[in-house]
Design a protein around this ligand. Structure first.
Ligand SMILES: Nc1nc2c(ncn2[C@@H]2O[C@H](COP(=O)(O)OP(=O)(O)OP(=O)(O)O)[C@@H](O)[C@H]2O)c(=O)[nH]1
Ligand SMILES: [Mg+2]
Length: 205
């Protein structure tokens, strides 16, 4: 009887959504994750911004947004770490791609490398939503850098599958839904609407 009730109960609870945080090393993936844990009151401690170190391997966290449970994987962004990214594509419902929007990092080789990595990721997951979070603490230059990334990453080419969000991670730590917070809400909404669902049967529904 207990097994029957437990079975009925578990069949009414949707499995967690899975989101993958990608982007170059030092772009702010782990900071974004930790700020989202604060914003959404995730169980357990969150790491303060000044104690976050480069990721070796993969971080993960599970928390809820509007009652829907979600799991985030946050792998290392270094070149060696990028090799493991592909192992998470299939089970992911969407991707949050972080671009470092510091003035000096948003031009030249770093932006070029970020765009190249982004285009490889978007080609590898052709039917899943990708939120680009431009992590730009410089409020005055934020919209200019956001426009630059939008054009350079050819966001309009993706016809709604890719969307840019501007902000920094401090706002999440302060409980404000801006940048990464809005990006993750958009990913949840895209999944709820069944947008860009590639019908991958192995992925949790
Ligand atoms: N002040 C400030 N510092 C930030 C912000 N975002 C990231 N940082 C800092 O930037 C550094 C790199 O951030 P991480 O979150 O470790 O970057 P990552 O993308 O996870 O890097 P890897 O783990 O190496 O792939 C950390 O020292 C953060 O404290 C921000 O919005 N404001
Ligand atoms: Mg990290």
């Amino acid at each position: 009887m207990f097994a029957l009730i437990a079975g009925i109960y578990s069949s009414t609870i949707p499995p967690p959504l899975v989101f993958l945080f990608l982007g170059l090393d030092n772009s702010g993936k782990t900071s974004a994750l930790e700020s989202l844990k604060v914003l959404h009151k995730a169980p357990g401690p969150s790491i303060p911004l000044n104690l976050i170190r480069p990721t070796m391997g993969v971080n993960n966290a599970t928390f809820a947004i509007n009652g829907r449970s979600l799991t985030v994987y946050d792998p290392a962004g270094r070149i060696e770490g990028r090799r493991m990214w592909g192992g998470y594509y299939k089970e992911s419902h969407g991707i949050l791609f972080v671009v470092e929007g510091l003035s000096e990092a948003s031009t030249g080789a770093r932006l070029e490398e970020s765009q190249l990595v982004f285009s490889t990721v978007s080609a590898s997951v052709p039917n899943k939503p990708i939120a680009i979070f431009v992590n730009c603490p410089d409020l005055e230059r934020r919209s200019e850098i956001g426009k630059l990334v939008t054009e350079y990453f050819r966001v309009s080419f993706y016809e709604g599958r890719v969307k840019v969000f501007l902000g920094d991670v401090i706002s999440g730590y302060e409980g404000k839904k801006e940048g990464a917070g809005e990006a993750i809400d958009w990913l949840v909404k895209m999944e709820a609407l069944g947008m860009f669902n590639d019908g991958d049967d192995d992925r949790p529904k």
